[in-house]
Structures are given as structure tokens and as C-alpha cells.
Write a protein that binds this ligand. Sequence first.
Ligand SMILES: Nc1nc2c(c(=O)[nH]1)N[C@H]1C(S)=C(S)[C@@H](COP(=O)(O)O)O[C@H]1N2
Ligand SMILES: [Mo]
Length: 223
Amino acid sequence: MGRLPPGQRRIEGFPRFGSHLSRPAPVVPDDPVIELRGAVTEEFDLPLAALAALPRTEITADFHCVAGWTATDLRWEGVSFATLYRAVIEPALPPGTTITHVRCRGLDGWESVVTIDDAMADDVLIALNLGGRPLDSDHGAPVRLVSPGQYGYISVKHLSRIEPLATAPANTEGPLLRSHPRARVWAEERHGLVPGRVVRPFYRLFIRPIRILSARGGITRRR
Ligand SMILES: Nc1nc2c(c(=O)[nH]1)N[C@H]1C(S)=C(S)[C@@H](COP(=O)(O)O)O[C@H]1N2
Ligand SMILES: [Mo]
């Protein structure tokens, strides 16, 4: 897809990546739901079947990990976050509530926080399919968030909870690997405290070990 954001390098294929290292991907429940929590009037669970029945969108986009690799031309299909928000989340809020942030969580406990403006961007979706096939466990089954304009750590795999929030949540991450509140790839917002250009070489060191460990927990190598 042409130009890459600053400090990114193209890689072949699309590795399984993340904090799970050598653990296998979480088991998908028989009747998966997305838990709606946070500022909603009453908490509820949205069955994935109901999500899948909403109007679909398709995007083709590059995927940029903060460590410095970019997987190119991935074709995702799913429900745009804005569609889900307007159809399901907004009607469940107390009248007059202003949502500023959204927190997403995966079955493995991974979390990310985005501003509502970033979440509502045209290319942000809850993906059900990748490359025309249902998401596999490597890439976030049964559904994942995909926000191509932000570093990969925002794009929560195995999405199981969405929390609309009326105030910015306190950042509980330690200073070393603190995420950026916007994490926009073109602005190189890699880190919450240190400029992107400065952390680049440090983050790059993670690519090899994480790829090796992560592949061991992936479906392709599971014994
Ligand atoms: N649930 C969950 N989502 C996650 C992660 C994770 O460890 N668990 N890692 C994040 C990071 S750092 C990246 S780069 C991408 C990697 O996505 P992939 O494994 O499909 O390549 O997932 C993001 N979402
Ligand atoms: Mo990442």
C-alpha cells in the first residue's frame, strides 16, 4: 500500500504477536458475547450473533505494530465501530451522557483505551473475517478490534468487553511500556512518555524474541 508510517518496516506475512508469548490463544466460549460495561444504564451482554447481524463493512489496510513491523494489505470484514456504537451502545446510555473514551478488553485480559473520536473513525471496525475467512485464534477469534491508523496494541484480539467511559481512565501501565493515549501511527505516537523516534530502536529489540515465543503458542505449532 505504498508509503509506510515513520519508523516502520514491511514484513512478509502477518505474525501472531502480543503479550501472550508462548501461551495458546484463549478458548472461545460456545456462545460468545461482548460484555457491555462502563457508562451504560444497565450492563448487558451482546451475543456475537447479534453483532454479526449488523450491516457489514470491508477495509483493506496495513497493520502496524509499535515494535516496528508492518503487515501490508490485510482485508478485514466486520461491523464498523461507529455502526455498533449508534445501533447498540448509544441507546443504552443514560440520557445526557457524554462519552469521551472507550475501553476494550480481550478474553486473555489484554486492554486498550481509545478516545471516542479515534474509535468513531471510518476505518475502525470489529472484524469477523480476515482475508475472506473467519478470524483464526492467531489473529483474534472470534472477533477483534481493528484500528489501522493506530499501533497494533490498540487492536484488541478476542474482543469480549466494551466499556464506554465518561471520563479518561487512570493509566495503570508502568512507565517502561506505557501506551500513548492516541497511538496514531502517522504521528509516531508509540509511547506515552518518550517520543516515538527515541523508543524505536528499543522496541525493535522485541520483535525477534516475541515472534519466536509467540509462534510456539500458535495453532500452527501446537502439539
Ligand atoms: N487480546 C490481545 N490483543 C492484542 C494483543 C494481545 O496480546 N492480546 N497484542 C496486541 C499487539 S501488541 C499487536 S501488535 C497485535 C498483534 O496482532 P496479531 O497477533 O493479529 O498480529 O495485537 C494486539 N492485540
Ligand atoms: Mo504490537
